[in-house]
Design a protein around this ligand. Structure first.
Ligand SMILES: *Cc1c(COP(=O)(O)O)cnc(C)c1O
Length: 413
């Protein structure tokens, strides 16, 4: 069957025909039947160079032999026990070693779950009701954070969602990214009711949008001063900007961190962790409840351990990824839009200056993006289908792939 035929069936039985809104490419999405290395193979018989990487997790490419082998080996011994396993200790040790700010960690099944739990924990620990998020920051699809939440919502023109009581969202305060004054003003006035600031250190779901020099350090200083917890949502940047994520890259120590995506090697996972005095508040050692049937499931842990092992065995991969992204940037040097890049995260904005926040990103010419995106797909390059989703490279992209991507950028913009 072809993609269009699958989609005709899907849209009758799955809302919008998709399991997550960003996948709803018009007139119909392509259906993938296999992924190997840097390539996705579609039901229509085409082969695409993948620069989406499942929106972040697939930093080793598709069907990586080391991960496949680890998963296969675990499968022989079962895949869910409902008990503690040695694997969770192995992964917990590795992640806390990689992130000095994380003294303790708990595993969950998605990034959304991780941010939900971290926010409850912050409220439980401080006894304060409100949280601050950054406009355009995305922290998953749960009520408290689905307010001006980046790509999926932005692309659909719905900064909010129906079904979220305004009563609830009033506890979510918003400030623009790269604007320390807004944060200072808010905290000077209301810190006594604010539990935490949750933020992506690099906005990944409207961009990437990079922090101004010194911005994150100021955020850390001001939040500490007001005893407001700083939660770094590193679901994208964790193991993407380096082994220690954005907190290592920028030298900032958050109170709590959320992880996901790469951490599961392509299987569902999330994690949150941080200071021991805060994490000790989690049940059963403390009064903040958090639980999950699939939490710490052996398959995701196994894939995660294998992924982190591979990364630790190939520490040069980050500079290789970075120089590949730089090659693509170089190909866009003469263009009038702006190319934004950090490590292997990048985006070409149809806007003359790199955006510094959500509002500026929204000024991009999305019609031009759409035309560009279609040309890229025809040229065999799959980019996330939104001006506001980050592109990702994997270690599976070959020199030829990078050449083909660069060439396509040159001709399609
Ligand atoms: C993807 C993402 C999430 C949500 O993770 P899921 O696994 O999709 O629930 C949370 N925060 C950030 C920064 C993300 O990019």
């Amino acid at each position: 069957m072809k993609s269009s035929e699958y989609y005709n069936i899907a849209k009758e039985i799955i809302p919008g025909g998709v399991s997550s809104p960003v996948r709803a490419i018009q007139p119909y999405p392509f259906y993938v039947t296999a992924g190997h290395g840097s390539r996705l193979h579609t039901a229509d018989g085409t082969d695409l160079v993948d620069c989406c990487g499942a929106y972040g997790p697939m930093i080793l490419g598709h069907s990586h032999p080391a991960i496949r082998e680890a998963i296969t080996k675990q499968l022989a011994d079962g895949w869910l026990y409902g008990t503690p396993t040695p694997a969770e200790i192995t992964l917990a040790k590795q992640v806390t070693r990689d992130h000095p700010s994380m003294n303790m960690i708990r595993f969950v099944s998605s990034g959304s779950e991780a941010t939900m739990a971290a926010l409850r924990l912050a409220r439980g620990f401080t006894g304060r009701p409100d949280i601050i998020k950054i406009e355009g920051g995305f922290h998953g699809a749960h009520d408290a954070v689905l307010v001006q939440a980046g790509s999926g919502c932005t692309t659909l023109g719905q900064p909010d969602s129906a079904g979220i009581p305004t009563d609830l969202v009033k506890h979510t305060r918003q400030i623009p990214y790269n604007d320390i004054e807004s944060l200072t003003t808010l905290l000077d006035r209301d810190a006594s009711s604010i539990a935490a600031l949750i933020m992506e250190p690099v906005l990944g779901n409207i961009g990437p949008i990079l922090p101004d020099p010194g911005y994150l350090a100021e955020v850390r200083r001001v939040t500490s001063e007001h005893e407001v917890l700083l939660i770094f949502d590193e679901v994208i940047t964790g193991y993407r900007l380096g082994i220690g994520g954005a907190q290592q890259y920028f030298g900032i120590k958050p109170d709590l961190t959320t992880l996901g995506k790469i951490l599961g090697g392509g299987l569902p996972i999330g994690a949150f962790g941080g200071r021991k005095d805060i994490m000790s508040m989690i049940a059963p050692s403390g009064p903040v409840y958090q639980a999950g049937t699939f939490s710490g499931n052996p398959l995701s842990l196994t894939a995660g351990i294998a992924t982190l092992n591979w990364i630790h065995d190939h520490p040069g991969m980050y500079s290789d990824l970075e120089s590949n992204a730089a090659t693509i940037e170089e190909a866009c040097r003469e263009k009038t839009g702006s190319f934004v890049r950090i490590g292997s995260m990048f985006k070409y904005y149809f806007r003359s200056q790199p955006p510094r926040n959500y509002r500026e990103a929204k000024e991009s010419d999305t019609t031009a993006f759409r035309q560009f995106w279609e040309k890229m797909l025809k040229a065999g390059i799959f980019l996330p289908p939104s001006q506001f989703e980050t592109n990702f490279l994997s270690v599976a992209h070959t020199e030829q792939d990078i050449g083909a991507i660069s060439q396509a950028y040159q001709t399609c913009i």
